[in-house]
Design a protein around this ligand. Structure first.
Ligand code: NAD
Length: 457
């Protein structure tokens, strides 16, 4: 779509929004129900698209693209009436007779820009909040996951009101042109580098932004630990979607003794998950593009760490085996950027305090994990660190609960969504005071001419 058509689209949606069509609860419900039908009736096409984009196993697609979105839709449909209710505000003596409340109002025309790693979820899940809140929406899926991108652009106009919701396709150039238009909110998921451009474009119109970004999510393992269970959960969270998850554990911090037991357990678990030849496993997706594969292989080529399992790769197949490394120096290349692939470095610190100091020297992560049987260790890590989300003795699962806000802090993101928080992100909380004409004599105290006597009141 050329820039002029993009501008016309934004203007068309703005006119629709101003008509008030998206305001009634019933309209929002109908659209959310349609979104549900879109997912249910096209499950096979969704699986196929995700397979074409990154050979994603059906099981992972159902869990992370279909069920999570359906769950969000059920949650929104069950709660929308309550969310839309005006919220009474507490009053003081001077406002006793007034009607004071907070109204959640839609923002207008909002833009949702998605990333490729969960290409359907990252478009539809924020859309649930935006529709529930009564907005018109333009979505811009990632061009990197091209099969899912095409499917989204085919399905959304088929199921949702074309007057209110639209899909714009394209890469950096088209997104930058789109961002020149004035939106009422921009919701961006992706890298920190592009987030800076999005925030700068938004600044021109003073448009508020939500930034769902990434970073390096640490996994600390300290105190008594059940190594077998820890290895299962860590390996699942890390190698789900072949490590291409914003909340995947990026690196492990533990003592040397823990590392030795953990490595043995991880080797066993990886063989159980993917067999002796993971490349032949149907349960391991591929790296999304040759460019991303090359970036990950560069990290593996330049690291000073020692591979203890994995390392095998195949360029044509965009394959990299689940790989674990030890003896990784603190300033290694693997620690210089978010890994976002199936590579897990283990760094050792003999004390929990040193590990916490290490984490706190870096940018605040999107998620932080602590594996320990000892609740005092879990509590210490929770209290002495900061991150978007926190989970003990597992990974990723905290983001599946719609009653928990999902988002980063500091460089890992601004704002949050999921469940009520998605609705809130796309709503304006308007302070309303409805006042009548009573007590005018009392009001008279605030009018000029002022006097010392009036201040005594
Ligand atoms: P990406 O390449 O798909 O880019 C994201 C979006 O930005 C796409 O729609 C793309 O078209 C657009 N874009 C890319 N370059 C642009 C440019 N120069 N100008 C304007 N728009 C541009 O995805 P990515 O950036 O590689 O995403 C990976 C990152 O996203 C990782 O850091 C990951 O941690 C993060 N992420 C965060 C979350 C979250 O919910 N917090 C979820 C998924 C991914």
């Amino acid at each position: 779509m050329d820039p002029q058509s993009q501008t016309q689209l934004v203007e068309r949606l703005r006119k629709t929004f101003q008509s008030g069509i998206t305001l009634p609860e019933q309209f929002r419900r109908t659209q959310l129900t349609q979104l549900m039908s879109m997912i249910q009736e096209n499950e096979d096409q969704i699986n196929e698209a995700l397979y074409r984009d990154m050979a994603k196993p059906k099981f992972e697609t159902i869990l992370s693209e279909v069920e999570i979105v359906m769950n969000e839709l059920y949650h929104a449909l069950s709660n929308i009436s309550y969310w839309m209710q005006p919220e009474p505000a507490s009053k003081n003596l001077a406002t006793k007779l007034d009607d004071c409340f907070i109204r959640r109002e839609p923002l207008g025309v909002v833009l949702i820009i998605g990333a490729w790693n969960y290409p359907l979820q990252l478009i539809v899940l924020p859309m649930v909040g935006a529709i529930a809140a009564g907005n018109c929406v333009i979505v811009k899926p990632s061009e990197v996951s091209s099969a899912t991108n095409s499917l989204i652009s085919e399905l959304i106009p088929k199921y949702l009101s074309q007057d209110c919701y639209a899909v714009v396709c394209g890469g950096a150039k088209e997104t930058q042109a789109l961002l020149k238009n004035r939106f009422d909110h921009i919701f961006y998921t992706g890298s920190q580098a592009v987030a800076r451009m999005v925030a700068q474009a938004a600044l021109v119109h003073l448009t508020p932004v939500t930034l769902e970004l990434g970073g390096k999510c640490p996994c600390l393992i300290y105190g008594r630990v059940n190594f077998e269970a820890a290895a299962y959960r860590l390996a699942w969270a890390k190698f789900f979607n072949t490590g291409q998850s914003c909340v995947a554990p990026d690196y492990v911090l533990c003592t040397t003794a823990t590392r030795d037991s953990l490595v043995l357990a991880l080797i066993k678990v990886l063989e159980k998950f993917y067999g002796k030849e993971p490349q032949k496993s149907p349960d391991l997706s591929r790296i999304v593009s040759p460019r991303h594969w090359t970036r990950l292989m560069e990290l593996l080529r330049k690291t000073r760490g020692k591979v203890v399992v994995g390392g095998e790769n195949n360029q044509e197949d965009k394959y990299i085996a689940p790989t674990v490394l030890v003896d990784v120096p603190e300033d290694d290349i693997l620690m210089s950027e978010e890994i976002f692939g199936p590579i897990l470095p283990i760094i050792t610190f003999e004390s929990l305090e040193k590990s916490i100091e290490f984490v706190n020297r870096k940018e605040k992560p999107l998620a932080l994990y602590i594996f320990s049987d000892e609740s005092s260790v879990v509590k210490t890590v929770m209290e002495k660190t900061s991150s978007g989300g926190f989970c003990s003795n597992d990974g990723i699962v905290h983001m599946t609960l719609p009653s928990l806000p999902f988002g980063g802090v500091g460089a890992s993101g601004w704002g949050s969504y999921h469940g009520r928080w998605g609705f809130e992100t796309f709503s304006h909380r308007r302070s309303c005071m409805l006042r009548g004409w009573a007590l005018e004599r009392l009001n008279g105290l605030r009018y000029p001419p002022y006097s010392e006597d009036k201040l005594k009141w």
